[in-house]
Ligand binder design. Structure first.
Ligand SMILES: Cc1ncc(COP(=O)(O)O)c(C=O)c1O
Length: 378
């Protein structure tokens, strides 16, 4: 019997190769990892203790996610004026799974993506045979002229409007409004991936989906705000679509970890505590971002970038430098980042870099950037 071909994901294997060669002495600006010292471990331990008292929490549960947690997530939306019911929410195993389920739902279709885009999504789209149409991304959002040219015939787009991965870009309100207009006019869909939305430094941007609730998939996650290891994310969409997505999810894993859901639900009962935690994250990440860019300006003055307004990444270019070739030298000097070319479908961009600034300590940031500087000098 002939086997179906699994689409090769070369770029993924390059990043895996980088991540696998990281040892304890290597300073990594590569992964999109939160600062471990900010995980609210004591509060999560208290929540777990409560959860572990009830045997029922160890039983199978429903596929769309436990009701009290869906109620709390729905309330986050409604409190911001985006009317949402628990039946609009499907809890998923990270937002990564939400992307997979939605890609399955739209398999074999065409999809507009940003250029550059999140590699984890690109690989899912490849797996599900979605044909991708990249549109240039500026620091204030997708190029609207290009978007308006190709969206009408495709009617599906994958966007990361808040502090994009990899670029860190934030869509302007004007661009958000333009997208709403185009989607409504052509009755298409957008997938709005928003794992970084709460990590803003100034003010929270308004989601595009709020204005097109029946034409959008809004994705959220606790990975960047609480802990990625819990593996809990969600998708917000209209009820009929949620019912269909739930059927797909059921075939994948029956349901996301019940224990993780109960722990999150218990933790979120104290709404104020979660709000304070988010404020702390914003404060600490802004502080680290300022430190990172100050160090960049001192150690790598030729690195051209835009100052991030939130999220976890600073993105830019070292004009004339092949950053993929440089990463091998960097690994030998025990520092690592992701070359920008990895986030494009083609290999035309060679001098861009994505740095993660949230995971390393300030001391590691200084040492890591000094190591890079010494390679560039040598
Ligand atoms: C844009 C984007 N979407 C989705 C994910 C997946 O996150 P998770 O599955 O942990 O919620 C990530 C992780 O880095 C991401 O950057």
């Amino acid at each position: 019997m002939e086997q179906n071909e699994i689409k090769p994901t070369e770029k993924r294997s390059f990043i895996r190769q980088i991540l696998e060669s990281i040892d304890d002495e290597t300073i990594s600006f590569a992964g999109g990892l939160p600062d471990e010292s900010l995980f609210p471990i004591e509060d999560l331990a208290k929540a777990s203790e409560q959860v572990f008292k009830n045997k029922k929490h160890f039983q199978y549960t429903i596929s769309n996610g436990i009701t009290p947690l869906r109620e709390k997530i729905a309330k986050f939306y409604s409190d911001e004026g985006f009317e949402t019911k628990p039946s609009n929410i499907l809890i998923t195993t990270g937002s990564q799974q939400a992307l997979f389920i939605i890609a399955k739902y739209f398999q074999n279709k065409e999809i507009v993506i940003e250029k550059p885009s999140y590699l984890g999504a690109v690989n899912i789209f490849k797996m599900n045979n979605l044909s991708m149409r990249p549109v240039a991304l500026d620091y204030d959002g997708i190029n609207i002229k290009e978007f308006n040219n190709i969206y009408p015939s495709i009617k599906l787009a994958y966007l990361i409007p808040d502090f994009q991965n990899p670029k860190g870009s934030l869509y302007s309100q004007e661009k958000r409004d333009e997208i709403v207009k185009t989607v409504l006019e052509h009755k298409g869909y957008i997938i709005e991936d928003a794992p970084y939305s709460e990590l803003y430094f100034e003010q929270k941007a308004k989601s595009i989906s709020a204005k097109i609730p029946n034409y959008s998939f809004h994705l959220g996650s606790f990975s960047k705000t609480l802990s990625p290891s819990l593996r809990i994310g969600w998708v917000r969409a209209n009820e009929e679509i949620i019912a269909q997505l739930t059927q797909i999810k059921e075939t994948i894993d029956l349901h996301s970890s019940g224990i993780s859901q109960y722990i999150l639900d218990e933790y979120l009962k104290d709404e104020n505590r979660y709000k304070k935690h988010l404020e702390l994250l914003r404060y600490e990440y802004k502080n680290k971002m300022e430190y990172f860019i100050k160090s960049l300006q001192e150690e790598l003055p030729n690195f051209v970038f835009e100052k991030p307004k939130g999220g976890m990444f600073v993105y830019g270019k070292l004009e004339g430098i092949d950053t993929k070739a440089l990463v091998y030298k960097a690994l030998k000097k025990k520092v690592v980042y992701v070359p920008g070319v990895e986030f494009y479908l083609d290999d035309n961009v060679s001098d861009e870099i994505r740095f993660n600034y949230t995971h390393s300590t300030k001391e590691e940031i200084s040492i890591g950037l000094q190591r890079l500087k010494s390679i560039l000098k040598g």
